[in-house]
Write a protein that binds this ligand. Structure first.
Ligand code: ZN
Length: 278
């Protein structure tokens, strides 16, 4: 697959770097970018020379979230599904749930489970669906100007599809950022444990690559088993079942909004600063 929305390179020995590359759209995730990102992750996963994967976004912002505009890039018809849920064109919530299972929850789950260390390199703004891309990575390095927000409660939906908020921020802070839809800073994300390091913007790429190279010196088997051991600790605490529950409530919200307003998000809440994209 020729990648049009993603850059892929070997950035150092045993380190692959994947860059979201729709800067004109603030790296928003349309269907095409999501499938191409999946292709890039698969390439890195299957290349035995790759031991560590960096996920970055072209300046100025890491990701503005999901791009829901009709006609933005190639659609579902252009790609082979990676999950087993078909019916993307079905009416009602059946089709919408299938699409969100495939490109949001399902793909994020796939990427989270790649048995090689992944590092998100995050600068500028990261909104809603952008959080999911950072959260699936094992480590997150943020620039000191990075800001984060999940504003979807404004549209009657309980957080983005990959519902990791309580695991990333703790139960109490997760509720606050969801209830208020407020921004939180890199410093706060660091204090809460969501972010590993905060560095000056000008040093972000260099710092991340140095960390990736340091990790890449370790034996690949040790890295894989260590990642699995930590991930399985989260599973033992019920992380996946909790996230499935969050996803199902997310689908209930879309269905409610469709029945009430005729669109999957509540259009009644409006502010100049935070209008939905579609
Ligand atoms: Zn959704």
């Amino acid at each position: 697959m020729a990648l049009e929305t993603i850059l892929y390179e070997m950035a150092a020995d045993h380190v692959a770097k994947i860059t979201l590359n729709r800067p004109e759209a603030r790296n928003a995730q349309n269907v095409q970018l999501t499938y191409e990102l999946n292709e890039a992750f698969d390439t890195a996963a299957q290349d035995d020379n790759v031991k560590v994967i960096i996920l970055a976004g072209s300046d100025p912002h890491f990701s503005s979230g999901h791009d829901l505009r009709a006609g933005s890039g190639k659609g579902f018809d252009s790609f082979k599904p990676v999950g087993t849920w078909g019916g993307f064109g079905m009416k009602g919530q059946e089709g919408m749930m299938a699409r969100e299972e495939e490109i949001y929850l399902g793909m994020c789950r796939r990427w989270r489970n790649i048995p090689k260390p992944t590092i998100a390199q995050v600068q500028g703004k990261t909104i809603a669906g952008g959080l999911m891309l950072a959260w699936v990575c094992d480590l997150i390095i943020a620039s000191d100007d990075a800001m984060f927000q999940d504003p979807v409660v404004n549209w009657g939906v309980p957080g983005v599809e990959y519902f990791a908020h309580p695991w990333e921020l703790g139960v109490r802070k997760a509720k606050e950022i969801l209830f208020t839809a407020d921004w939180f800073t890199a410093a706060e994300a660091h204090r809460l444990g969501m972010v590993n390091h905060v560095v000056p913007r000008a040093e972000l790429a260099e710092f991340t690559l140095a960390l990736a190279s340091k990790i890449a010196e370790k034996p690949s088997m040790g890295l894989k088993l260590t990642k699995e051991a930590v991930n399985q600790s989260a599973e033992a605490q019920g992380q996946w079942m909790a996230m499935l529950s969050g996803f199902n409530l997310h689908q209930l919200a879309h269905s409610h909004n469709m029945q009430t307003y005729g669109v999957p998000i509540d259009p009644s809440w409006q502010s100049a600063a935070q209008k939905p994209k579609a």
